[in-house]
Design a protein around this ligand. Structure first.
Ligand code: SF4
Length: 261
């Protein structure tokens, strides 16, 4: 009630009902002279910031979706992780063999569990129980899977997919082999152009993945790329997919939330 009287809510495109609900929850439970009641301008700022950020993300995602379509991809937008999960599951045919690349995004969405529960055979090589030979065999299976799921390390507003890979299986499967490829990308990976994309893959995605994998590389210590010659280097291959390769079926699903590195 207090916040509406102050009239501080600009038209942001979010529904009135949603704002009323959020604000009501914040205030109704606070006593008149409580600390939180006195902090109400702070909550106002937080809510405004989050709405403005969301507005900006949506604009950016829409620009990128349009550019991807112009580059021949099927491109779609899901505003939340929950919607993204549903969308991917709807695209996977019954009994399809699923290949999964090294992707935090795919795992964050819970796709592997959801697909396994549906009875799909999932070729994924991250299990610690696997011997090196078994892991290689699974990587080969991914290349001929019915549906290959991955993310992209960066995606430009001009609709290019930019990736690095240590072994190359993930980027190979994105280009040729699987009958269908679904690339799921969080809003945090959208960049302006190729220059920014290459900076992101080398100085954000690679260091974070090197840290996660406990690799003995300079970037796993400093968080920055020094173009090392480490035997454990994780960025031996860099790919730029400018347009959808011919005779492939590639869907890019952009998600309006942060996912992966
Ligand atoms: S070249 Fe070396 S330091 Fe640079 S990102 Fe790759 S692994 Fe890290």
């Amino acid at each position: 009630m207090y916040l509406f009287e102050s009239g501080v809510y600009p038209a942001t495109g979010l529904s009135e009902a949603k704002r009323v609900g959020t604000i009501g929850f914040c205030l109704i439970h606070f006593p008149k002279r409580s600390f939180f009641r006195n902090m109400s301008p702070y909550f106002t700022v937080v809510i405004e910031m989050s709405e403005v950020r969301q507005w900006h993300n949506v604009k950016r995602v829409k620009r990128t979706v349009n550019a991807l379509k112009e580059n021949g991809f099927e491109a779609v937008y899901a505003s939340t992780k929950t919607d993204a999960l549903k969308d991917v599951l709807n695209r996977v045919p019954k009994n399809a063999l699923i290949g999964v690349g090294g992707s935090i995004t795919v795992r964050e969405l819970g796709l592997i569990d959801a697909l396994s529960r549906r009875g799909h055979r999932v070729a994924e090589h991250w299990s610690s129980d696997l011997a090196p030979d078994e892991r290689m065999e699974i990587r080969r299976q991914q290349l001929t899977s019915d549906v290959f799921l991955t993310s992209s390390n960066a995606i430009t507003e001009s609709g290019q997919l930019v990736n690095i890979d240590g072994a190359g299986n993930r980027v190979a499967a994105m280009i040729f082999g699987p009958k269908k490829v679904i690339v799921i990308v969080g809003v945090n990976k959208i960049v302006k152009d190729l220059e920014e994309a290459l900076d992101r893959v080398n100085n954000v995605a690679a260091p974070m993945n090197a840290k996660r994998l406990n690799r003995k590389t300079p970037c796993a210590v400093t968080g920055q790329c020094t173009d090392c010659r480490s035997p454990e280097r994780i960025c031996n291959v860099t790919t730029i997919i400018n347009r959808k390769p011919v005779r492939t079926d590639v869907t890019v699903l952009l998600v309006g939330e942060e996912l992966g590195y």
